[in-house]
Design a protein around this ligand. Structure first.
Ligand SMILES: [Zn+2]
Ligand SMILES: [Zn+2]
Length: 203
């Protein structure tokens, strides 16, 4: 009887292990990157300098896009607030230019690095060496679409899949949080996937 119980429990554990592995790699598990801004409806200061006026307008629109989302109770979540005086310090997001030949169009560095939990600060780099346009243009990537995507990471949202993985969403090419850049078209409007990925973090 005792060994039957033991075998049963071991069998049960094996089931849990077997079923938890595919769940971990399931796209739904990728809704969040593990980081979040602490506090109740926190204000996060967002600084961007060195961009031209057209790019600044696009950055402000990308901020407004995320600021407009409400949580499941109808309350504001993170409010991104533009500032010119922030430093690379706690509670801020700094957006800067990277004109090196990195392979990314944009990259979000989350701090404390490799330690998911509450953000201390966040740094986004936009690679202006890439073919970026203001608005959809053949062969170019829309600057605002890149910024709205990176801001999603800076709020704690993950990709719907990673490049080497399959995605369980058939419409994932429309998601702002799709990992691949949209060439020649705008992808700035948050889909229900993007919004709910944000909402589950701050509900
Ligand atoms: Zn996907
Ligand atoms: Zn990304």
């Amino acid at each position: 009887m005792k060994s039957w119980t033991k075998r049963f429990l071991l069998g049960l554990m094996a089931c849990v292990v077997t079923f938890s592995v595919p769940l971990e790699s399931h796209a739904a598990a990728r809704l969040r990157n593990g980081y979040y801004w602490a506090g109740n409806s926190p204000t996060v200061y967002f600084q961007f300098q060195g961009f031209d006026s057209g790019q600044k307008t696009a950055i402000r629109s990308a901020m407004t896009t995320w600021n407009a989302v409400r949580n499941f109770s109808g309350n504001p979540m993170v409010t991104l607030k533009e500032t010119t005086s922030a430093s690379q310090a706690d509670g801020n997001i700094i957006l800067s230019i990277n004109d090196s030949f990195m392979k990314y169009y944009g990259y979000t560095y989350k701090y404390p690095m490799d330690n998911p939990g509450p953000f201390s600060y966040c740094k986004i780099e936009i690679n202006l060496a890439k073919k970026l346009s203001l608005g959809a243009k053949n062969g170019y990537v829309d600057f605002q679409s890149v910024v709205v995507h990176e801001l999603g990471h800076a709020l704690g949202v993950a990709h719907c899949h990673e490049s080497e993985q399959n995605c369980s969403f058939s419409n994932c090419s429309t998601f702002v949080m799709n990992p691949d850049v949209p060439i020649g078209k705008n992808r700035r409007v948050l889909t229900s996937y993007d919004k709910s990925s944000y909402q589950v973090i701050y509900d």
